[in-house]
Design a protein around this ligand. Structure first.
Ligand SMILES: Cc1cc2nc3c(=O)[nH]c(=O)nc-3n(C[C@H](O)[C@H](O)[C@H](O)COP(=O)(O)O)c2cc1C
Length: 154
């Protein structure tokens, strides 16, 4: 399955580490969102979209990128993130805004992945941040395993 991963990682490079681990496992093309354009997507079967979580959703530039896409057919997608807080399905599903946008563009979302990342925003800075050292080796191994699992879902 030809795979492209598009990501944004602006706070501490947390999501970039996760995106890199997934790209290795999938032999995927890896691009920051500002390096990607809509016409490239035609060449791939599976596209991963990920960023840190900022104010309860993925980075605006990633959401805007998806908003600008045309309607696509036969494209599978997966969504991933790193965040200060854990994702709580139904209550605090911070993947939802991105997933809704992807679905509007015709993507079939086959899976999603989230792990903690160092967060030094606002008050957390005073204590040296939360989730120090994350994503760690275990998180990156989980990201790789997640990515390999996608290959069986094609
Ligand atoms: C401006 C800002 C807003 C954030 N908002 C949230 C949030 O709403 N929920 C959360 O769980 N983490 C939040 N975080 C923490 C980041 O999601 C976390 O540090 C993430 O790993 C950053 O990824 P990056 O280093 O790839 O940018 C925020 C961080 C920043 C800088």
């Amino acid at each position: 399955m030809k795979t492209l991963i598009i990501y944004v990682s602006v706070h501490h490079g947390n999501t970039e580490k996760v995106a890199g681990a997934m790209a290795n496992a999938l032999a995927a093309q890896l691009l920051q969102v500002n390096e990607a354009d809509a016409s490239m997507l035609e060449r791939y079967d599976l596209i991963g979209f990920g960023s840190g979580i900022y104010f309860g959703k993925h980075h605006e530039s990633l959401l805007d990128f998806v908003d600008r896409l045309p309607i696509l057919r036969n494209k599978k997608a997966f969504v991933f993130s790193t965040s200060g807080l854990r994702k709580i399905p139904f209550i605090h599903d911070f993947h939802k805004p991105l997933k809704q946008r992807l679905q509007r563009k015709g993507f079939d979302i086959i899976s999603e992945f989230s792990c903690r990342g160092l967060d030094t925003y606002r008050a957390t800075k005073l204590v040296g941040g939360v989730n120090r050292g994350r994503p760690d080796i275990r998180d990156l191994k989980q990201a790789e395993d997640f990515a390999r699992g996608l290959l069986n879902r094609g």
